[in-house]
Design a protein around this ligand. Structure first.
Ligand code: UGA
Length: 462
């Protein structure tokens, strides 16, 4: 594999992961961002993103001299600098008006580098961009000596480094084959299956994949609801489904809804794209609707668990919410289903107080929330009627549930992630309500030890 000289524009979680990982593969990388303070922090080795392994890669790359930093794009292409062979554009493409991706930042960067990129350079889009963007950027660049390539990323927040270094596949698309091969060559050491295609197809792979994942999750959430209605257990149902290799075990856990900075944005964007192509993509529409309904369904479950009623106000009900981030292992609150559920609970009159290991009460994120954030789960639960688990932080499993039971007024725990061990909760005197699984009520004390210690049947889950 030939070591290349690469520039990465944008040091968000995609840009920084791309830069640090490419440096770890032996390439020389300069990462640029307009945020001077952020670049200064990175120079000092302060990564500022909760992403396992990233800080180490940044430190290693910097120490080896393969990873350097620049404020703005000018310094990247300064005449004295070594000519850049590939430029990765990793700037945000937020959801704009009507659900379409807003390409304002991307186009501004292209305009800025238009006359700076050296002849023969390859410009690579890494951000999730609508189909046709590579073609549009080629026109904007107006540089026949510079190729544009689409190389979508499939990184998950919280496992981005792992996903980058052990990818299921690499997708590279361009109408200039040689440029696409150069980009694919950067990853040669990873030995991943590589799909070389045209730019429109590469751009569509990203949306098609994320929307498929969203549909899978909405499907599993709907099956969990059906389990609730017919008395089946979603854990066994999904295990039985997942052994089919065509389905797979992953992405089959029901939850309070899918969220984050990608799936909601990309499902809306694909609907827009389909609309503009005069195609009504009903499957994706249904996945979004099911997701919105899921938030409401969580509130209904909580209402039943706490008040015993199917409908009505939650005024005078105080709830301890465990977890605010859109999934565990990240501090990201963007489009978090936990926040959507919290908002609906408050609308119904409930008072909520939350705890999340990645959202400290004195931090900026907590300050922006319309409800109180506690320093730990016990503080949140003090004087609450019930506990609601909204994010699957593993540490919640090991809370002192007996201590929590002592402070809860209704002794109800609603576990929207099926995270906790119901037997442990029952032993602590609590009633556990999950998703698509039978409610487990606290047993009379004399029966509890026997019930808990009896061996679980083969194949049974906690
Ligand atoms: C998603 C995709 O998984 C990545 O492949 C893609 O690269 C990324 O978007 C992107 O476009 O940049 P991410 O947003 O980090 O990654 O989050 P996921 O791990 O996909 O989780 C999305 C949501 O689904 C979360 O709210 C999570 O809690 C939920 N989820 C996930 C479930 O409810 N159940 C599951 O079994 C899995």
């Amino acid at each position: 594999m030939r070591a290349r000289h690469v520039a990465v524009i944008g040091t968000g979680y995609v840009g920084l992961t791309t830069g640090a990982c490419l440096a770890s593969l032996g390439h020389t990388v300069v990462c640029a961002d307009t945020d001077r303070a952020k670049i200064q922090r990175l120079r000092e080795g302060r990564v500022g993103i909760l992403e396992p392994g990233l800080a180490d890669l940044v430190a290693d790359g910097t120490a080896a001299g393969r990873l350097t930093w620049a404020t703005g794009t000018g310094a990247v292409f300064a005449p004295a600098a070594r000519p850049v062979e590939l430029v990765f554009l990793c700037v945000p493409t937020p959801m704009g008006a009507g659900g379409l991706a807003d390409l304002g930042i991307l186009e501004a960067v292209v305009d800025e580098i238009r006359l700076l990129v050296p002849a023969g350079c390859v410009v690579v889009t890494k951000s999730t961009v609508p189909v046709g963007t590579a073609e549009r950027l080629t026109q904007l660049l107006d540089r026949p000596d510079v190729a544009v390539v689409s190389n979508p990323e499939f990184l998950r927040e919280g496992t981005a480094v792992q996903d980058f270094l052990h990818p299921d596949r690499i997708v590279v698309g361009s109408d200039r084959r040689e440029a696409a091969e150069q980009v694919a060559g950067l990853y040669a050491r990873l030995g991943a299956p590589t799909v070389l295609t045209d730019s429109a197809s590469a751009e569509l792979v990203k949306y098609a994949a994320n929307c498929f994942l969203a549909m899978k999750l909405s499907y599993v959430n709907a099956v969990a609801e059906l389990c609730d209605r017919v008395g089946a257990d979603i854990v066994d149902v999904t295990e039985g489904m997942g052994h089919d290799r065509r389905i797979g075990q992953e992405f089959l856990s029901p939850g309070p809804g899918w969220g984050g900075s990608c799936l909601p944005k990309d499902t809306s964007a694909l609907l827009q794209l389909a609309d503009s192509a005069d195609f009504e993509f009903r499957l994706v529409r249904a996945a979004i609707d099911t997701n919105i309904r899921q938030h409401k369904r969580m509130v209904d479950k909580i209402r039943v668990a706490v008040t015993g009623r199917q409908a009505g106000s939650l005024s005078k009900v105080r709830l301890a919410l465990l977890g605010l981030t859109f999934k565990a292992g990240t501090d990201d609150l963007r489009d978090s289903p936990a926040l959507a559920v919290a908002a609906l609970l408050r609308q119904a009159g409930a008072e909520v107080i939350a705890f999340d290991p990645a959202v400290p009460p004195a931090g900026e994120q907590a300050a922006r929330l319309p409800f109180a954030v506690a320093g730990d789960a016990y503080q949140a639960a003090d004087g609450a009627d019930a506990v609601v688990v909204l994010t699957e932080w593993p540490e919640f499993r090991h809370l002192d549930w007996a201590r929590l039971a002592g402070t809860l007024r209704t002794r109800a725990v609603v576990d929207t992630r099926n995270l906790l061990d119901p037997a442990v909760l029952v032993r602590a005197g609590l009633t556990w309500t999950g998703l698509g699984r039978p409610v487990r009520s606290a047993l009379p004390e004399e029966e509890a030890p026997e019930a808990v210690s009896s061996p679980a049947p083969v194949g049974a889950h906690p």
